[in-house]
Design a binder for this molecule. Structure first.
Ligand code: NDP
Length: 251
C-alpha cells in the first residue's frame, strides 16, 4: 500500500495508458489521475456518454488529448480485441500501461440460488474478457520500454466469503492468472503484471454491495490514487507477479 506516495506531476509523461471501465468510479479517477500526471489515456468502457464526460474533464484540466474506445466486455469477441490492438498499433505503436478496472458485481446470494447465466456474465466481464484482451495487446505492451499491467482484485479474491459467488471466483481467477503470466514474462524485464485490491471505496458498486453502509466513512476513488499511480509508474519497476492493496486495512 502506497497511500502516502507523492508522485511528481510528470510521473507518466509520454506514456500511453489504457483504462477499462474509465467512465465511472475508480476507473474514472484513475483515468483523470494518469492524465493529470502526463499520460495519454485511452478511455475504454461501455457507456459512451460517461467516457465523453471524462474526456472533457481531462481536456479542461489541460491533460494530453485522450482517446475513447467503446467496448462492452459482455459479447466482446476475440476479433474485437484484435481490432482494438490493430487500431492502437496504428495510432500509438505501443502501450505503456493497462489498468484492468471494469467490473461487475453480479448478485450477492447463496450459491444454491445463483443464476448460471449471471455467473457466466460476471466471469466474462471480470476475467475472460480482460485476459483475452491482454493476449491481443501483448505485442503492444512488449513494444514499450517499461510497461505496467494492473489487474483489479478484491479482498474476496484473496479470502473467499459466503454469498459472493461469481464475483469472488472471478477475482481468485484473476490473482492466479497474474501469477501465471507474470512468471512467463519475467525474462523480458520490461513488462510487469501485478494485482491491486482497491479496498472499500465510495462507488456505486460498493453501494450496491453494502446498501446500509454510510458512504462518508469510505475513502473516495481520488484518495486511493497514490497506489494506482505508483504501480503504473516507473517507481514500481522490478515488482512483478505481486499483490498490492491501495489502502491500509481498516483498523
Ligand atoms: P463501478 O461500478 O463504480 O464502476 C465499474 C466500471 O466498470 C464502470 O465504468 C462500468 O461501466 C464498467 N463496466 C461494467 N461492466 C462493463 C462491461 N460489461 N463492459 C465494459 N465496462 C464495464 O465500480 P468500482 O469503481 O467500485 O469498481 C472498479 C473495480 O474495483 C472493479 O473491478 C471492482 O471489482 C473493484 N473493486 C471495487 C471495490 C469498491 O469498494 N468499490 C472493492 C474491491 C474491488 P458503466 O459506467 O458503463 O456501468
Amino acid at each position: 500500500c502506497k497511500i502516502d506516495y507523492r508522485p511528481s506531476v510528470e510521473l507518466l509523461a509520454g506514456r500511453v495508458i489504457l483504462v477499462t471501465g474509465a467512465g465511472d468510479g475508480i476507473g474514472r479517477a484513475a483515468a483523470l489521475a494518469y492524465a493529470g500526471h502526463g499520460a495519454t489515456v485511452i478511455l475504454l468502457g461501455r457507456t459512451i456518454a460517461k467516457l465523453e464526460k471524462v474526456y472533457d474533464e481531462i481536456e479542461a484540466a489541460g491533460g494530453p488529448q485522450p482517446a475513447i474506445f467503446p467496448l462492452n466486455f459482455e459479447g466482446a469477441t476475440l476479433k474485437d480485441f484484435q481490432d482494438m490492438a490493430d487500431t492502437l498499433d496504428k495510432e500509438f505503436g505501443r502501450l505503456d500501461g493497462l489498468l484492468h478496472n471494469a467490473g461487475l458485481l453480479g448478485r450477492i446470494t447463496p450459491f444454491e440460488q445463483y443464476n448460471p447465466e449471471l455467473w457466466e456474465q460476471v466471469m466474462q466481464v471480470n476475467f475472460n474478457g480482460p485476459i483475452w484482451m491482454t493476449q491481443a495487446l501483448l505485442p503492444l505492451l512488449k513494444a514499450s520500454k517499461d510497461a505496467s499491467v494492473i489487474f483489479t482484485s478484491s479482498s474476496v479474491g484473496r479470502k473467499g466469503r459466503a454469498y459472493w459467488g461469481g464475483y469472488a471466483v472471478s477475482k481468485f481467477a484473476t490473482e492466479g492468472f497474474v501469477e501465471v503470466l507474470a512468471e512467463e514474462l519475467e525474462h523480458l524485464g520490461t513488462l510487469r503484471i501485478n494485482s491491486l485490491n482497491p479496498g472499500a471505496t465510495r462507488t456505486q458498486m460498493r453501494k450496491t454491495a453494502y446498501p446500509a453502509e454510510d458512504p462518508d466513512k469510505l475513502r473516495t476513488p481520488d484518495e486511493i490514487m497514490p497506489t494506482y499511480l505508483w504501480l503504473m509508474g516507473p517507481d514500481s519497476c522490478g515488482h512483478n507477479g505481486e499483490r498490492f492493496d491501495a489502502q491500509p486495512p481498516k483498523s
